[in-house]
Design a protein around this ligand. Structure first.
Ligand code: NAD
Ligand code: WQD
Length: 365
């Protein structure tokens, strides 16, 4: 049975060591928050690309059973440390013990916008504290490649669409959003200080969906704040009714528009990002790039696509606007194509089918 090593001292050996497959690329990548929604899918894609992912997670927003799902998909053991990424010394123990870590993908953070307004210090401590600790540990152990989970939230309500990376970063609408902006600045400053660091911030748009195997997916705690988990829970009868927040926006059908990206596509972008960093001759570099599909979908379009793709009706009603929502945002994908040689492969329909399959799997547990 999969389990996670407590603190930073023991490697998980869910399979005997002799059973470890030989990788074509025996390169280890530290994945903080690797048991979470996006992290777990990235672990799968890293392994598929021949890397050895090493997860660090304290399971504050994920379940240990994710590790078993990962092992079933990957057909190989998962290396995982249960540790707090805001603790530099724990991270240093892990880097020391593993040795040879070629890069870090840093997902670990709190991510609930509303909660961040209620509890800003929790967000500043965890999100900024973790980023600082991870960078400190990397410096101490000569790890130079860093991929950071940023967000399209840094653009606020963009003046032009699709939103390019030249669009100004707007004053953050929440402490959560502010942590992403501050972390991007911290990374830029560390690179600017002359430290040996090659870093890339990926500004995700709206990640949705699940692995097509339905072994891993999103695990919203309590009532989901995000649209797609609310749709799948309503379709499953867990929630009585979905509220569509606002129907008088200046869009074709009056509902807000977002760029919904399949989490498997997003995961693959991380693998590309690492490869691009590794191939860069520069010792100090920092850049940021949008990670989206390039296409927007309205709330009603998402609901209709879900119903058509799954054959399941969603009980919804049109309600008042949700304070703080931007009207519409979707990514310019020119830079991600140019810089990463990457673009999305999977459709909104596929993402919704996979999200629904995952919801049904959760029901059966
Ligand atoms: P998630 O909550 O599913 O995953 C985060 C993981 O990090 C969880 O497993 C959690 O237990 C772990 N974690 C949190 N703090 C930790 C700490 N101090 N030490 C160790 N582990 C810790 O979230 P997600 O949706 O996978 O998001 C991953 C990253 O992507 C976050 O940085 C988030 O801000 C960013 N992001 C997410 C979205 C989105 O809509 N999901 C959009 C843009 C950016
Ligand atoms: C999408 C659309 C809602 C729920 C959030 C964070 C952002 C980023 C991604 C991390 C909006 C509407 C939603 C519901 C609805 N995360 N909606 N009924 O707001 O684009 O972004 O997640 O960085 O920072 O703010 O995503 O899924 O909450 O909403 O009508 O019950 O669905 O109004 O138009 P959002 P979302």
């Amino acid at each position: 049975m999969a389990h996670c090593a407590q603190a930073a001292f023991f490697v998980v050996a869910t399979w005997p060591v002799w059973a470890y497959p030989s990788f074509s690329k025996p390169v280890k990548i530290l994945v903080t928050g690797g048991a979470g929604f996006i992290g777990s899918h990235t672990v799968v894609e890293l392994a598929a690309a021949g890397y050895t992912p090493v997860i660090v997670d304290n399971f504050q927003n994920s379940e240990r059973s994710v590790l078993q799902g990962l092992e079933r998909i990957m057909g190989r053991p998962v290396i995982c440390y249960e540790a707090d990424c805001a603790d530099t010394s724990e991270l240093e123990h892990i880097l020391q013990r593993e040795g040879n870590i070629a890069g870090v993908i840093h997902f670990a953070a709190d991510k609930a916008v509303g909660e961040s307004v209620q509890h800003p210090l929790k967000y500043y401590r965890n999100n900024i504290g973790s980023t600082v600790a991870v960078l400190e540990a990397m410096q101490a152990h000569d790890v130079h490649n860093f991929v950071f989970s940023s967000s399209c939230t840094v653009y606020g309500e963009p003046e032009q669409l699709p939103v390019t990376e030249q669009s100004p970063v707007q004053p953050a609408a929440s402490p959560y959003g502010n942590t992403k902006q501050v972390c991007e600045e911290i990374i830029r400053d560390v690179v600017g200080s002359g430290a040996r660091l090659k870093a890339l911030s990926l500004r995700y748009f709206n990640p949705i969906g699940a692995h097509p195997s339905a072994e891993i997916g999103e695990l919203p705690l309590g009532v989901p704040a995000n649209l797609v988990p609310f749709i799948t829970q309503t379709a499953a009868g867990i929630r009585q009714q979905l509220s569509v927040f606002g129907h008088d926006y200046p869009t074709a059908d009056g509902t807000c528009i977002r760029d919904y990206i399949h989490v498997v596509d997003l995961a693959q972008a991380h693998v590309r990002a690492l490869e691009v960093l590794a191939g860069q001759p520069a010792e100090h570099s920092y850049d940021f790039v949008n990670i989206g599909t390039g296409a927007g979908a309205s709330v009603l379009q998402v609901i209709n696509t879900f119903e058509q793709a799954t054959g399941v009706k969603v009980n919804y009603r049109l309600t008042d606007r949700r304070p703080g929502d931007v009207v519409q945002i979707y990514a310019s994908v020119e830079k991600s194509k140019r810089l990463l040689g990457w673009q999305t492969q999977l459709s909104l329909e596929q993402a919704l089918v996979d999200a629904w399959r995952w919801q049904q799997r959760l029901q059966g547990r």
